[in-house]
Ligand binder design. Structure first.
Ligand code: BGC
Length: 753
């Protein structure tokens, strides 16, 4: 009853050898079975076809059992295969074998600046998806981190399109090489959770192309992404799930996408819009792409041919991905040791040393460590809504430190501050938790503070764990600000007064305001939400077993108002809109008749988000406007120093290349992420002060020297010309800026293109 198929890669390889006309692009590989698919479609009834255009359960869409076409099974994504839910909702199905590996969250992966690690990460996700019988991973999530407060900043990768695109490509290939499809999300311009179900992102075409679409484009064009999830929001007036420009003109027309699109859950808005403008599958529900499609064909508004085309696009993926029979799937634990090791490797390379006045690595001979702060013990695998993982295990920072410190070092812990639990989904617990704050800006708790100070005084070193949590940074809402919650500033100040030997570790997915914390922290580490082995990796860095090598994938503004969308008053928009997804699943809304529901939705306010900062997102803004951030994009220190030898640069027809010698001048192995930015003195087209165009992670043993080559494809130097409605290249002088961070440029050279 299940159509057993060779995996995507194998099929493609066979075809390259045997087909008379080899596929032209990665996307064209999906079309190799089109003839067979058309023959199957010819046998299907209209009802069977339409049945494939909407959800069957909360995480599947239907095949056609009669014809041996298996259902399509989806799984969140993006940083661990989500636990099995009940058929019609997200509640746990209570399975025993669905504990997965919890991989570092998006911004942590991005801090590795490594396409290779992103590939490994995707591979790990793909392996575990197959064990669970899943065909499509709802990820990677690759939107640009436009707002420091963004609820999904931690899920997304970077504020920079080149970095995001490289990681998005690596992740996509890693997943799909395992015979699982990605569903790259959220297409497009999904940069805020405020009003996410109704907001209209108003962005000019050049910015759209150069910044917001880049991570999707590479995954589709070079990575062969097989499915795409249109976002909840509107872009320039139209909902993403029925956006002609995004879905038909760009995705299918320009990028040659041959797979299928799946609306975000609750993000389909009409029958005609979806059918005409590029959506294949409504998730979830069938009120738009179910019976109304059949009715519209009867009236002549739609044709069966249109349905055939949508089904063909779905079946291409069905044919490329081997369906796993129910009796084969879920027979062993989802989380696999091989994948846990990948999660560890990513975590080890993601940790960013923001500041170090000689406190780190921890000195030999330390006898007593005071670990202060609830973020040292709180697990981070779940929370944040859709992206949570039921992890097989999770090593917390405190556990990691204890395990590494061994018997001879006393590691003592105090909570230090109350944890702010954020928005509660269920009923309030009968008894309040004394370690939970009632408000995010509640001042420090006197008793907890006194206990922590006492401990700090008695220790050789204090490690303070601050940051946010996954209720504060979460899908469905943006943070009101980037302040450290619940009196953390007060606590760290008191700890520093008690013991100057202090390290701060920030456990968060996005940036925080460090203006008060920085002066009282001789060392600061960005520790992220770092997956199943996060605590192990952190301890390795703190104790100096490995050198830190993560670099910031986003800017830490000194204060929120400095960042572009805030400085220009583009965010927040005061209009009340809402998270359509949450609204639509509200009990009272669910009870409405279809007409009442539609009226309810139509009556929702129509908020907008103006992107007048254009391409000046993140460091592009700070550099161009001369605003000093707290920590710049690309920043990250090591325990060694690196020598940058003289660079040579050349411009060819297709690429600009740079080469130089990089030396590890320290006494331990270490990685450096070298970054190449481009400035355009004298350009007539408007550009940011500088833009990242190439980078590489280089591993060097103590004292080792390597020649590093960086390549910028000339096509990446083009701009989107609104006049020509296409990519164009401005010839002239390019200034190549080579460095260790966007604010640490070591050398420059000029070439002419
Ligand atoms: C999220 C998606 C997710 C989907 C299914 C939505 O709320 O925006 O990212 O894949 O739910 O869980």
């Amino acid at each position: 009853m299940y159509r057993r198929k060779l995996t995507y890669l194998f099929t493609a390889a066979l075809c390259v050898a045997a087909c008379t006309s080899a596929p032209k692009s990665v996307q064209d590989r999906l079309t190799v079975h089109d003839k067979e698919i058309d023959a199957v479609i010819a046998q299907m009834t209209l009802e069977e076809k339409v049945n494939m255009l909407h959800s069957k359960t909360n995480m599947s869409s239907a095949g056609v059992e009669r014809l041996g076409i298996a259902d399509m099974h989806y799984a969140d994504g993006p940083f661990g295969i989500r636990e099995e839910g009940v058929p019609n909702g997200f509640q746990s199905a209570g399975w025993q074998l669905d504990s997965a590996t919890y991989f570092p969250t998006g911004s942590a992966l991005a801090a590795t600046w490594s396409e290779e690690l992103a590939y490994e990460y995707g591979k790990g996700m793909g392996i575990e998806a197959r064990l669970r019988g899943k065909d499509v991973i709802l990820g990677p999530a690759v939107n640009i981190q436009r707002l420091p407060v963004g609820g999904r900043t931690y899920e997304y990768l970077s504020e920079d399109p080149i970095l995001s695109a490289a990681l998005s490509l690596g992740y996509t290939k890693g997943v799909q090489d395992q015979g699982t499809a990605v569903c790259i999300k959220h297409f497009a311009v999904n940069n805020q959770e405020t009003n996410r179900g109704s907001v209209d992102a108003q962005v000019d075409e050049r910015t759209l192309r150069e910044i917001y679409l880049k991570p999707f484009e590479r995954a589709v064009v070079e990575g062969g992404a097989m499915s795409v999830m249109p976002a909840y929001n509107k872009v320039n007036g139209d909902y993403c799930s029925e956006n002609e420009h995004l879905l038909n003109e760009i995705l299918r027309g320009e990028w040659g996408f041959k797979g299928f699109t799946v609306s975000d859950w609750g993000g389909t808005h009409s029958t005609m819009g979806a059918m005409l403008h590029g959506l294949n599958v409504q998730m979830t529900g069938s009120n738009y792409l179910g019976q109304p499609v059949i009715d519209s064909i009867a009236t002549g508004a739609l044709t069966e041919k249109m349905v055939d085309e949508k089904v063909r696009q779905i079946l291409r993926v069905r044919y490329a991905i081997e369906a796993i029979p129910d009796d084969v799937a879920n027979t062993k634990m989802t989380s696999q040791p091989e994948c846990q090791q990948i999660a560890k490797a990513v975590a080890e390379k993601s940790i960013v040393l923001l500041k170090n006045e000689g406190v780190l690595p921890l000195k030999a001979g330390i006898k007593k460590i005071a670990v202060i702060g609830q973020n040292a013990v709180l697990k981070t695998q779940s929370g944040g809504m859709g992206a949570g993982v039921k992890a097989l295990y999770e090593v917390t920072p405190l556990e990691g430190i204890r395990a590494r410190a061994g018997q001879d070092v006393e590691v003592l812990y105090a909570p230090g501050y109350k944890n702010f639990p954020g928005r509660r989904w269920g009923p309030a617990p009968a008894k309040a938790n004394p370690l939970e704050a009632a408000a995010i800006d509640e001042p420090a708790d006197k008793a907890l503070l006194a206990e922590a100070v006492k401990l700090a005084k008695s220790a050789d070193i204090v490690i303070f764990f601050g940051g946010t949590n996954k209720s504060i940074e979460t899908e469905g809402s943006d943070r009101a600000n980037i302040d450290l919650p619940a009196g953390q500033n007060e606590v760290v100040k008191a700890l520093y007064e008690a013991n100057k030997n202090l390290v701060t570790v920030l456990i968060s997915g996005g940036p925080t305001d460090l203006r008060q914390l920085e002066p009282v922290s001789p060392a600061i580490v960005q520790g992220w939400w770092n997956g199943t082995e996060g605590g192990t990796a952190l301890a390795e860095v703190l104790f100096g077993d490995i050198a830190p090598s993560g670099k910031l994938p986003f800017t830490f503004p000194a204060k929120l108002e400095d960042s572009p969308a805030f400085a220009l008053g583009n965010f927040p928009d005061k209009t009340q809109g809402g998270d359509l997804f949450t609204l639509m699943y509200r009990e009272d809304v669910l009870k409405m008749s279809p007409a009442e529901r539609q009226a309810f939705i139509d009556a929702l306010p129509k908020p907008t988000s103006k992107y007048t900062e254009g391409a000046l997102v993140g460091y592009r803004w700070f550099d161009t406007k001369g605003v000093q951030p707290m920590y710049a994009f690309g920043h990250g220190l090591s325990y060694v120093t690196f020598g940058y030898g003289e660079m040579s640069a050349a411009a060819g027809k297709d690429a600009v290349t740079v080469s130089f010698e990089l030396t590890n001048e320290g006494g331990m192995p270490a990685d450096e992420v070298v970054q190449l930015y481009v400035a355009r003195p004298g350009a007539t087209v408007e550009w940011p002060a500088k833009e990242l165009k190439a980078f590489a992670r280089v591993s060097l043993n103590a004292g080792e020297k390597k020649t590093v080559k960086l390549t910028i494809p000339v096509k990446d130097l083009r701009y989107w010309s609104v006049e020509k409605n296409g990519w164009d290249l401005e010839h002239g002088t390019l200034q190549l800026l080579l460095g260790a961070a966007s604010d640490d440029i070591r050398q420059s050279a000029e070439v002419t293109i």
